[in-house]
Design a protein around this ligand. Structure first.
Ligand code: PVB
Length: 254
């Protein structure tokens, strides 16, 4: 880690702390993501290794944040940390959209900008899906931006599979449900690329409105938001994909 000069903490993501840093040899800005991995005598868990190689493969797309390298830091006698080194981007879509809402002169993002960001988001998502990877947690906080280039990149990719999507972030921050597809909320375990497209739609609406479309604060409230705007699905519509183990259906003979 002597290769990097740590600057300030950017924040705490769902899976770990992110630091801004400079790569000393090149002067380039990087983002260090410290993952809270419990590495035992067995070494790095194979699931984590699989995820890292997945990230490495997927970061060949311009619209996916680039993983530059991985540093495994041994902390004698027993501790061990894994740092993922990424290119640094200067904001996320949540803060960017907020700046259009809260600033001295609130203004719409403008259709050309929304179109440009949506194009990049769709290209990034298509890249993941074409490699058989679902993101499963697309939201404005993990869409990173280079402001001056109006370049959007998807972050926090596939980590969900390794570290399992937590209900709470490893800090006290509550994990948002706002972009979660109804089939996921209803307990389906056989979901597909459509769950990411649901999130993409929610993010599109949020850029236009500068306000979240379905700001639910529980899984139940989240479904109510969706049903209120789009209608409650009928028995027949639900029957097709009725998940066997959803608590919403437990009182029925499955
Ligand atoms: N933020 C990889 N990475 C990043 N992860 C986050 C980054 C970043 N760059 C590469 N950049 C910034 C920089 C400044 C701001 C924001 Cl929000 C993001 C700012 O304060 O305006 N992750 C952050 C969380 C740690 C909050 C955003 O999701 C590690 C992918």
């Amino acid at each position: 880690m002597e290769k990097y000069e740590k600057l300030e903490k950017v924040g705490e993501g769902t899976y770990g702390k992110v630091y801004k840093a400079v790569e000393k040899s090149t002067g380039k800005l990087v983002a260090l993501k410290k993952t809270r991995l419990e590495i035992d005598e067995e070494g790095i868990p194979p699931t984590a290794l699989r995820e890292i190689s997945l990230l490495q493969m997927l970061s060949t797309s311009l619209y996916i944040v680039r993983l530059l390298c991985v540093e495994h830091v041994l902390k004698p006698p027993a501790k061990s940390n894994l740092y993922l080194v990424f290119e640094y981007l200067d904001t996320d879509l949540k803060k960017f959209v907020d700046s259009f809402r809260k600033s001295a002169n609130p203004r719409p993002l403008g259709d050309p900008l929304i179109q440009k960001l949506m194009f990049q988001l769709c290209k990034g998502v298509a890249h993941c899906h074409s490699h058989g990877v679902l993101h499963r947690d697309l939201k404005p906080q993990n869409l990173l931006l280079l402001k001056d280039k109006e370049l959007l990149k998807i972050a926090d990719l596939g980590l969900g599979r390794t570290f399992t999507v937590p209900l709470k972030a490893y800090t006290h921050e509550i994990v948002t449900l706002w972009y979660r597809a109804p089939e996921v909320l209803l307990g389906s375990t056989h979901y597909s690329t459509a769950v990411d497209m649901w999130s993409v739609g929610c993010i599109f609406a949020e850029m236009v409105r500068r306000q979240a479309l379905f700001p639910g604060d529980s899984e139940y409230q989240q479904l109510l938001h969706i049903f209120k705007l789009l209608g409650t699905p009928t028995e027949v519509q639900v029957e097709i994909n009725r998940p066997a183990c959803s608590p919403f259906f437990l009182d029925r003979s499955v």
